[in-house]
Ligand binder design. Structure first.
Ligand code: C2O
Ligand code: CU
Ligand code: CU
Length: 492
């Protein structure tokens, strides 16, 4: 095991230039160096921190080679007749103008030489008008997002506010972001990513895979790391930055922990957990109390039958307590205003379904449409809408909506066969309320099979073009993504 490295933090500032570079990095003590792509030359990228409502400008610069590190499938949307290496940076979870959102077709190449049709500006503006939260930035270039993120293009972006310090949560060196990802490697230490599915597709090479699971777990860019901790409380901001893998995390000593925050910020009150399920792109802010575990080695495990991917990292409670732990797990954290269902002006039924693509490969579609079909969801600025995700696929998908933080209303089982033959939703059971640790602001939701998952959101802040998609990156790159447009309201 390798000690886990603290993140590089960008110095506080209002303007940054962040270069995407190809570099070699040691991901494990006994591994040869691995070529990765990193923001500012590090994988993961440096953590950006800001206070709420303080504007941060970032010029994201592409200094990457012309040739991709990984096999590019030229049949996917956006990858057919475009440069092989394209980048565009999305700040996941942010309320941001469309020009700065990192639209998948706002990509650019080295030196902004070539740009995609939605490219609007070289400098992105983040106003941070939203609740303090754990956001993350990652690449979003159309048709190659899975490859760019897998190569290393991801990092944390943390918004803070003046209320949080008053809660007296573990902070400073006791607050640590954990980016969990899976990767596979070749013998020479290079990243392995399949060039085609196990069942090759005639006439297509390289060809996208329907799902990808790495056989090694990395935390903050280190393979199976350990972290030396003091016998006291720690706050961990956990992000699942994997392409496809969902984790169910536990502590090997059976100890419970507390979730205090979700994608969009702090919960109303802490939720005690002995297991945490986290899908790609979801964040969970948790507190672990090591005070009764002096001298213990505790493994953060993942429910998995595979030995390799059962272990995530290890906490070694071997550091002497530097001082009394005066931090707390407060009973109440942050008030959450519930969006009222009766205020919704629109309810949309949006299906998730499997449809073979023109090569006969399995692909997934949202709302029965592909990426390039015209915009079909056009919420009015300032309006509240309910989106019903009707999952016809026997598999859960993490659905993410840009621009907004939403609330999960419920999940309700329905008759899939009946829906297929009639297009009608026939419920087969009662609505199931969201889990206690899902009752905060979310931007990514587990859309479970055979159920209608309902979310409610206010489309506030900006008009313009955004996207919503499955955050399994292999799906997103293969048509499981749709545009949406916030339009001016008639009445305001
Ligand atoms: Cu984290 Cu549209 O993505
Ligand atoms: Cu996003
Ligand atoms: Cu999916």
């Amino acid at each position: 095991m390798t000690p886990s490295l603290p993140f590089k933090k960008l110095k506080d500032g209002a303007y940054y230039e962040v270069k995407m570079l190809q570099v070699k990095q040691k991901l494990h003590k006994y591994f040869p160096e691995t070529t990765v792509w990193g923001y500012n030359g590090t994988y993961p990228g440096p953590t950006i921190e800001t206070m709420k409502d303080r504007t941060v400008m970032v010029k994201w610069l592409n200094y990457l080679p012309k040739k991709h590190l990984l096999p590019v499938d030229r049949t996917l949307h956006g990858a057919v007749d475009t440069p092989e290496v394209r980048t565009v940076v999305h700040l996941h979870g942010a309320r941001v103008s469309p020009e700065s959102d990192g639209h998948p077709e706002a990509w650019f190449t080295k030196g902004f030489k070539e740009t995609g049709p939605f490219f609007a500006t070289e400098v992105y503006k983040y106003t941070n008008h939203q609740q303090a939260a754990t956001l993350w930035y990652h690449d979003h270039a159309l048709g190659i997002t899975r490859l760019n993120v897998y190569s290393g293009l991801a990092g944390f972006y943390i918004i803070r506010d003046h209320l949080e310090p008053m809660l007296n949560l573990p902070s400073g060196e006791y607050e640590i972001p954990l980016l969990i990802q899976d990767r596979s490697f070749n013998k020479d230490g290079s990243l392995f990513y399949p060039a085609e599915p196990p069942q090759p597709v005639p006439g297509v090479f390289p060809s996208v895979v329907p799902i990808f699971f790495g056989n090694t777990i990395l935390v903050n860019g280190k393979v199976w790391p350990y972290l030396n901790v003091e016998p006291r409380k720690y706050r961990f901001r956990i992000l699942n930055g994997s392409n496809s893998r969902t984790y169910t995390l536990r502590l090997s000593n059976g100890q419970k922990f507390y979730q205090i925050g979700t994608d969009g910020g702090l919960l109303e009150s802490p939720v005690e957990l002995d297991a945490l399920t986290i899908m790609p792109a979801e964040r969970a802010d948790i507190i672990i109390d090591f005070s009764d575990s002096k001298g213990e080695y505790i493994i953060l495990t993942n429910d998995d039958t595979d030995e390799n991917t059962r272990n995530v990292m290890q906490f070694r409670v071997v550091l002497p307590l530097k001082g009394e732990d005066t931090s707390t797990i407060p009973e109440t954290l942050y008030p959450i205003e519930r969006l009222n269902e009766n205020m919704a002006t629109k309810v949309r039924n949006l299906t998730l379904d499997a449809v073979p693509d023109r090569y006969g490969r399995p692909s997934f579609q949202l709302d029965g449409r592909t990426w390039h079909d015209p915009v079909a969801q056009m919420p009015e600025l300032g309006s509240i809408e309910i989106w019903n995700f009707v999952n016809l696929i026997a598999f859960p998908h993490p659905i993410h909506v840009h621009l907004v933080q939403f609330q999960i209303l419920d999940r309700r089982p329905f008759d899939v066969q009946h829906y297929r033959s009639t297009g009608e939703i026939k419920y087969t059971g009662d609505p199931i309320p969201p889990d206690p640790n899902e009752r905060g602001w979310k931007d990514t939701v587990r859309v479970t099979p055979g159920q209608v998952t309902r979310i409610i959101a206010k489309f506030d802040g900006y008009t313009g073009d955004y996207v919503w998609h499955c955050h399994i990156l292999e799906h997103e790159d293969h048509d499981m993504m749709r545009p949406f447009r916030v339009i001016k309201s008639y009445f305001s």
